[in-house]
Design a protein around this ligand. Sequence first.
Ligand code: PEP
Ligand code: MG
Length: 869
Amino acid sequence: MLRPVRKGAAVQKPESIDFAAITATAPIAAATHGWRAKCLQRLIRLDLPVPATVALPFGAVRAIAAGQMPEAGAILAAIGKGPLVSIRPSPQNPDWGGPGTILNLGLTEARHKALVRSHGRQAADALFLRFVQTYAIHVARLDPDMFDAAEASAEAIRAALRAYEAETEEPFPQDPARQVALALRSMARAWEGTTARLLRQAKGAPANAGLGLIVQEMALGMGQGVSGSGVIQFVDSVTGERRVTGRYLSQSLARDAISKEASGALYLARDPRGPSLEEAAPGVFAELLRHGDACRTRLREEMQIEFTLENGVLRVLDALSTGRSSRATLKIAVALAEDGIIGREEAVMRVEPRALSELLHPQVDPRAPRDVFARGIAASPGAAVGRVVFSSTAAQASAARGEPCILVRRETTPEDIRGMHAASGVLTERGGMTSHAAVIARGLGLPCVVGASGLRLDGRERRLIAADGRTFSEGDLITVDGTAGEALAGAAAMLPPALGEDFRKLLHWADGFRDIGVRANADSPSDALTARDFAAEGIGLCRTEHMFFEHDRLVVMREMIFADSPADRASALERLLPMQREDFIHLFEIMKGHPVCIRLFDPPLHEFLPHSREGMQELAEALDRPLSEITRRAEALSEFNPMLGMRGVRLGVVLPEIYEMQARAIFEATIAAARRGAVVVPEIMLPLVSAVREVELIKTRIDAVAAMVRTRRGAEFDYRLGVMVETPRAALRAGDVAQHVGFLSFGTNDLTQMTYGLSRDDAGRFMSAYVQQGVFPEDPFHTLDVEGVGELLLIAAERGRQTQAGLTLSICGEHGGNPESIAFCRKAGFDYVSCSPYRVPLARLAAAQLVLAERAGAHNRRGDGESGV
Ligand code: PEP
Ligand code: MG
């Protein structure tokens, strides 16, 4: 047992440090001895030929770090008679790192002599020199420059031993137990170091995370017969296909075979590129395959196995779950479930929802080199290669030539939508997660990096200047990696999307567990088609203003904005009506009876006006008015704070004709779609409400339009009216608002903006400084602020449902596709979340995982969890 450390004791008496030989029945657990110790025990239970191994638990390692010397003689005796040993780290979670493995402890001058006799001078010298070097650098912490001799020889060994003695003022330790004790102490202390602690905490380790240590008999991989070492895995790390990969190197140790310097390494399975272990030692190869299978079926995981051959005898030193890309994770999880090795629940739990959204788009091949010239916010996942263009016109011209392009802008505006449609990717100098570029790109499934603030855009010269001084001109090839938030010079190697059978199957399983609805934000037929392909259960937000940016409509829209009188405005709206009606018919038909929630016109009108002189001139020609009048009217429409000005329901109150036209288009489309077999109950949503009177006024007018359409068309239909809760006041007054509507949908983009008083278009400039300094734990436009904005949501939900128990509640801000926000909405009893079509798969998976995690929690609390091998 451990005794307390006696501070200031002159001589440290060896204490009895807790350790256990790993056997099939020893009490070893990942929570006390670390994942590696537990994994080795499982391999032993599978009868894999693991050399004798001893595990030191976290408490023992802590005591060693605090100054107690381990009784290494007893540890060595538990392993065998005078063994050489390795020591490996065993933290609770493999991702938490740990000090590097040290091999060949116990190698003394006497042992070296014996090795010369048994394995020949060359092999023995190489082993001993390497050991002295490793020990000097990693245990005695001496300067690596003094121990860099590459060629093993008697002289090189003598020089290394002399250097050791000169630096430490004591001879190189010749007692195996002392070597082991000091190595254990060095590794235990390395774990406590500040850098190591910060690194593992960044990966999610708790502050008090423990380290276990594994002492294992060396299997030398050197000898006269077939001897060497290798690493084998049974699936491809990038694709997840079942395929044997790895390397084997004759006369080598540990992971030498896969090191970059390894020359002469063999492939494992037969390979046209060169000789393989399968050919050299077919029996061993077959044995390895059997071990891989045993791991897969009994450990229920694809493992990578580290092995050694000593005169033809196979030893398995270590195994860890095979590293894998997102697409491989998906493929492996589905394959294990299909083979009945894991359940569907577990397969669903094994895939990280965010990783899933990477698979919807082409990706930069993780094996390929990356030449990064700018970093920003990863605003929309996937990657695209294209030629740099600096304007939407150039993007459209490039698309017309069939040349993929990347639209590079300081920031985008609604006028850029056509350019974004034409581009393969978008890169902006400014902006955050909910800036225009980010929202539109996610909607279009376009890779996008925003807020790349190190960049300088020289619009006049049509040049892009990176922080490192490199310049890119129009036409230069670049790659935008919207998953990593990086822009790369040149055309990076890409992987295609992985939307195959596995993807479909996993999401189908997920839907079986999910208990909150998932809809999509979709504004166009192509968005709706994507939403339907990803099995969205309806449209949760159709931003109708996006429908007016098509060129033919923009002109009519501008005529409407410039109308002098209600009659002129009505005439322009009369021309927009059939276009809107067609838009809605299309959406209703695509969504095949699934609910479609249409938000009435929201943005300030001046967003539709041209901003350049040429644009003004073009408008003057189209409207046959003097340019001065156009400029004057445009100026008159401009506002100091347009996002808090004449927009949303305020437009509906002040200029009722716009909403009336939209309502009529929706109702006429409902009738037309029903006649064609797509029966739908449209949902009409009012944006930016802050007072209940706004809702009363608009409701009266929309009811009147409905009555008019019913009478004129002689057809019946239903509709639902709702309010988009995106001002704090609307949230607080939700009780009143709910008297007049059937649903509330939270527009958390504007609600976050208004709750914080933080511009969603400008916050990107300082957001990273704010997050880095811990002012905000996360970008609140990206991760829902559950404390502030979340409280408003809860208040509104409670007050709304108090007034009307059956009120439908949902979220349609960008947060709707974020796993943490989905958890919040589900807990708050919302009916559905709505997000960009390309985030629908992620939301479906995240929602299912919440249910399964809850069930597993209950299961564990009942204490009836199953035990593994
Ligand atoms: C919102 O404000 O959350 C929202 C969904 O609307 P928009 O992003 O169009 O302002
Ligand atoms: Mg909004």
